[in-house]
Design a protein around this ligand. Structure first.
Ligand SMILES: NC(=O)c1ccc[n+]([C@@H]2O[C@H](COP(=O)([O-])OP(=O)(O)OC[C@H]3O[C@@H](n4cnc5c(N)ncnc54)[C@H](OP(=O)(O)O)[C@@H]3O)[C@@H](O)[C@H]2O)c1
Length: 265
């Protein structure tokens, strides 16, 4: 599996779990032309300690940005901060990874309150929507600047792309199989909405040659995935980065898994 990504890359929710591993592997596996903007809620807090250590291992390659995906002002402030740092290259790759699941597994109907639905929707859908909207000019800048790249296949994650980290449990077709073990009303409906956001942005941005794809990371051992998950973060992140490296026009507006397989809506 090879990773072929470059330019300015922004990852949300990067202080733990899959996001942290994505930043680690991006730092390891990309060349001089890559710069990673690792976003988290509290860059100075104890929860970002590992991320801060990682950034000191790669001086000049990782910049930590304060970003709370449930807070519009925070998203706006972060977007302004990175726009000053990206320079003329704009933003090549936005990875919307941050997400929450409430209430805890299995997320039964009886345990799910309106408050859970709204909080999950705010972080998992409204946050990625606002970030994509605010960073669109910077993605467009990258798409226009790199028009010589990827000849014959205009879209790619090297040029300009949004990757929304979704989930297989967002799939309506697969609901009969996935529902019994994990009802997760708030979470699965939020990821289904994120899928529709992916389709809408793919339509809206295709004239600008900005690719928009949703990727399911697999069932991964993290705080969210739990101990029983079969995949470790290293396998999932490497798989997804390899898939991202190979995406082109035909993949925009699709839901794929960490191995590149198409998941039905
Ligand atoms: N693990 C799985 O099996 C699995 C399966 C399918 C899909 N996914 C998806 O994969 C992605 C990563 O999941 P994970 O397993 O790594 O989850 P995780 O271990 O729970 O980590 C979630 C990350 O999101 C951040 N986050 C949560 N709310 C945020 C907010 N309002 N603003 C900014 N950051 C916020 C967390 O930061 P804090 O430390 O500040 O809370 C943390 O860095 C998510 O989109 C998830 O839905 C995971």
């Amino acid at each position: 599996m090879s990773v072929n990504l470059e330019g300015n890359i922004l990852v949300t929710g990067s202080n733990r779990g899959i996001g942290l591993e994505l930043v680690k592997q991006l730092a390891e596996k990309t060349g001089e032309k890559a710069h990673i903007y690792a976003c988290c809620r509290e860059p100075e807090g104890t929860r970002a300690e590992v991320l801060r250590e990682l950034s000191t291992q790669y001086p000049g390659k990782i910049t930590i940005i304060k970003l709370d995906m449930s807070d519009e002002d925070s998203i706006s402030t972060a977007a302004q901060a990175v726009s000053k740092q990206f320079g003329p290259g704009g933003l090549n790759l936005l990875i919307n990874n941050a997400a929450i699941n409430k209430p805890a597994l299995p997320g039964l109907l009886s345990a799910t309150r309106k408050k859970d639905m709204m909080e999950v929707y705010e972080t998992n859908v409204a946050g990625p929507f606002l970030l994509a909207k605010m960073l669109h000019p910077l993605l467009q800048k990258a798409a226009e600047r790199d028009s010589e790249k990827d000849e014959g296949d205009k879209m790619s994650c090297r040029r300009s792309a949004i990757i929304n980290i979704s989930s297989i449990i967002s799939s309506m077709e697969k609901c009969p199989q996935t529902f019994p073990g994990a009802q997760m009303y708030a979470y699965r409906t939020s990821k289904a909405a994120l899928n529709m956001l992916t389709c809408c942005l793919a339509e809206e941005f295709k004239i600008h040659n900005i690719l928009v794809t949703a990727i399911h990371p697999g069932w991964v051992r993290t705080d969210m995935g739990g101990e029983k998950a079969p995949l470790c973060t290293q396998e999932s992140a490497l798989g997804m980065l390899s898939v991202m490296s190979s995406l082109s026009n035909k993949d925009s507006g699709m839901l794929l898994d960490w191995e590149g397989n198409t998941i039905p809506w």
